[in-house]
Write a protein that binds this ligand. Structure first.
Ligand SMILES: NC(=O)c1ccc[n+]([C@@H]2O[C@H](COP(=O)([O-])OP(=O)(O)OC[C@H]3O[C@@H](n4cnc5c(N)ncnc54)[C@H](O)[C@@H]3O)[C@@H](O)[C@H]2O)c1
Length: 328
């Protein structure tokens, strides 16, 4: 039985990961300060004697030292996330993501423990040459636009992780997540699918930013968690960076239409007029907000190494999220 530490394990992806690891029979310790995560996400796991939950920040070095000392593998997912937070509280984003990851790596190095670090497709910034492979260039906007601080903070995490591997021989694997979706994802931090679904169920207009022609690729959290776990078991993944995501694109406008269709199929009344409301980016986030038109992963690397590819369709995921929301 392995002792696994998940930072940010009360969050959306971390809670799914914790459940899967517990089902595999390992012990899980979660450290989460519940800033964007919720106890509700792991309530159903709390009576499992193999789970320990620590309500604390990864910036508390004494706690993290004790936890890492007693762990075998660390999945580091704790981060300040979500576009709203990035624009509203850039100090928190930079401090949590850089200082937090630095202390995790320092302590993992002290006790020689394997670490998997969650990174993001935001790393590629404004690069428009899709699909992105792991060696592609990062093209970012100016430091006066706070949205780029998230991408930069995660890039520093990657540099640090790779440096600890190269210099200290620490077992570090980095996974870059593209849009990950599924039950338990919160709408309040700017995540598009939970927001559009909540709006449709609440009979409100679905807010689409810009002209809605920007596309994204959405991958089910179950597929993502399987990819992360498979990487953790591969020796060849150590010292490497992997994209994890779906490469099927959909425009946000088509996504909104699809959600309306599925919600109606579930016999839920939606607005009949003005179902979709276009909101300029300046209004949605901040003046001069820069968004990427397309963001598509090249997942050849993870597929070649461990055979991973997504199996769950967007329709299946949307149905799952909608049923869960209706049941609550
Ligand atoms: N969801 C996506 O589409 C996506 C895409 C790219 C990258 N990621 C990355 O995946 C990881 C998980 O994201 P998520 O979508 O589950 O978001 P989330 O907000 O649900 O999870 C992050 C968790 O970290 C916790 N946290 C934040 N600061 C902390 C601190 N100082 N100490 C302890 N815990 C802290 C939060 O409370 C939350 O539970 C993050 O690192 C994020 O950058 C997610």
């Amino acid at each position: 039985m392995n002792n696994i530490l998940i930072t940010g394990g009360a969050g959306f992806i971390g809670s799914h990961l914790a459940e899967k690891i517990l089902n595999e029979g390992d012990k899980v310790t979660i450290i989460d300060d519940l800033s964007t995560g919720k106890l509700n996400n792991i309530n159903h796991l709390l009576n499992n004697s193999n789970l320990e939950f620590i309500n604390d920040s990864i910036l508390n070095i004494d706690t993290v030292d004790r936890l890492i000392k007693n762990t075998d593998i660390i999945f580091h997912l704790a981060a300040a996330v979500g576009v709203y937070l990035i624009v509203k509280d850039p100090v928190k984003v930079i401090e949590t993501n850089i200082l937090g990851t630095h202390s995790i790596l320092q302590l993992a190095s002290k006790y020689n423990k394997k670490v998997l670090i969650a990174s993001t497709s935001e790393i590629y910034g404004k690069n428009s040459h899709v699909p992105f492979n792991e060696e592609d260039d990062r093209i970012l906007g100016p430091t006066t636009k706070s949205r780029w601080s998230y991408s930069t903070s995660k890039a520093v995490d990657e540099f640090l992780g790779l440096a600890y591997h190269k210099q200290n021989g620490l077992a570090v694997t980095i996974f870059r997540l593209f849009n990950t979706v599924g039950p338990k994802q919160e709408s309040r931090y700017g995540m598009v699918i939970p927001r559009l679904i909540d709006q449709s169920i609440q009979k409100k207009p679905l807010t689409v930013y810009g002209d809605g022609l920007q596309t994204r690729c959405f991958c089910d959290v179950d597929d993502v968690v399987n990819g992360i776990l498979a990487l953790s078991k591969s020796k060849k993944a150590i010292g490497e960076v992997f994209n994890i995501g779906s490469n099927i694109e959909i425009s946000i406008l088509d996504l909104a239409k699809k959600i309306l269709q599925i919600v109606r199929k579930n016999n839920i009344e939606t607005l009949t007029n003005n179902q979709i409301k276009f909101v300029p980016y300046d209004e949605a986030y901040e003046v001069g907000f820069e968004d990427m038109l397309r963001r598509v992963p090249d997942t050849t690397k993870i597929k070649s190494l461990i055979g991973w590819e997504p199996k769950i369709s967007l329709d299946q995921t949307l149905n799952r999220i909608i049923s869960e929301k209706l049941a609550n």
